[in-house]
Write a protein that binds this ligand. Structure first.
Ligand SMILES: Cc1cc2nc3c(=O)[nH]c(=O)nc-3n(C[C@H](O)[C@H](O)[C@H](O)COP(=O)(O)OP(=O)(O)OC[C@H]3O[C@@H](n4cnc5c(N)ncnc54)[C@H](O)[C@@H]3O)c2cc1C
Length: 269
């Protein structure tokens, strides 16, 4: 079974800052990690390879430093890594990103049996990319999967949808996006990391190698423009009260009574 896992390098959560002028995330100088759900997708791919044989290829679109994420994926056990990188890709929205990833998948020696993605990232967090790749490649897709079993040339998967657990059979080739519950993520062995960072090769493809025009990528290839960026309005008053425990309980009780959350009788019982 040939499996492709799509991996995005994202800023580590506490480091996320915003460039308010360009309305994009500041990625420079921020510690980066593999998007956590993409690590889950990778583990799932490696597990399926263990059961069915085949190869796992990891694919990432991003700047040159995304190579680190791919090297970590190689250390985890992936067979091949491909970085899609080109200054022309800067400013791509999710549609242009999916287009580049889909084109790279078509350019692989043989079409993969299974594409694995995370459901969403922790930075842009749209959940668009997996479904858009599937649409572009005309593949069946199942999103939010938390259990996978292999039955012949189909997968039987479970996903949580609107509070119900659905079991879906999907024929291959297909795209599956995964949830955190699917499987635990192993720590990376130090020796494997050393080998991946010093000895393993990463293939690089840019716009021209992918046969894409300038109009298909970056801002020109994007269907959306960010018009405004606003921090969410605070929903808490953030009032701080200090004093003895007795005074604090009294204060909390009276405040809840005043808001009609607590009856006067309840408050004093
Ligand atoms: C108008 C606009 C302009 C933008 N401009 C910029 C910009 O200038 N610079 C910038 O860095 N970002 C920019 N972005 C954000 C960029 O489009 C997203 O980071 C990217 O499309 C991925 O979207 P997401 O993080 O929401 O992925 P999701 O759809 O939430 O990701 C789902 C899954 O898809 C896969 N995936 C997602 N992205 C990648 C990837 N790059 N490589 C491999 N797999 C992936 C992963 O498996 C991931 O778990 C812009 C977005 C918009 C809307």
């Amino acid at each position: 079974m040939n499996i492709v896992v799509c991996i995005k390098q994202v800023p580590d959560e506490p480091g996320i800052r915003i460039d308010w002028e360009r309305m994009t995330l500041i990625r420079e100088g921020v510690e980066s990690i593999i998007n956590p759900l993409d690590r889950v997708a990778l583990e799932a791919g490696l597990d399926l390879r263990g059961r069915a044989g085949g190869l796992v290829t990891v694919l990432s679109m991003g700047p040159l430093r995304s190579e680190e994420a791919l090297r970590e994926a190689l250390a985890a056990g992936a067979d091949h890594a491909i970085l899609l990188t080109d200054p022309a890709f800067a400013g791509s929205d999710t549609l242009a990103t999916s287009h580049v990833l889909a084109r790279a998948i078509l350019r692989l020696g043989s079409f993969p049996d299974l594409l694995l993605c995370g459901v969403q990232t922790i930075d842009s967090d749209t959940g668009h990319v997996g479904p858009q790749i599937a649409e572009e490649l005309n593949l069946p897709q199942v999103c939010g999967v938390q259990e996978i079993s292999l039955e012949g040339d189909s997968l039987v998967v479970e996903r949580l949808s609107d509070g119900f657990l659905e079991t879906v059979r999907v024929s291959l080739p297909a795209l599956v996006s995964v949830n955190r519950e699917l499987c635990p993520v192993r720590a990376l062995p130090l020796g494997a990391l050393e080998t991946a960072f010093s000895q393993k090769d990463i293939t690089r493809w840019g716009r021209e190698e992918l046969g894409l025009s300038e109009e298909e990528v970056g801002f020109k290839g994007s269907a959306t423009r960010v018009q405004r960026l606003l921090p969410p309005a605070p929903t808490r008053k953030g009032r701080v009260v200090s004093g003895s425990p007795h005074l604090l309980v009294d204060h909390a009780t009276r405040t809840l009574e005043a808001l009609g959350i607590l009856d006067e009788e309840d408050g004093h019982s």
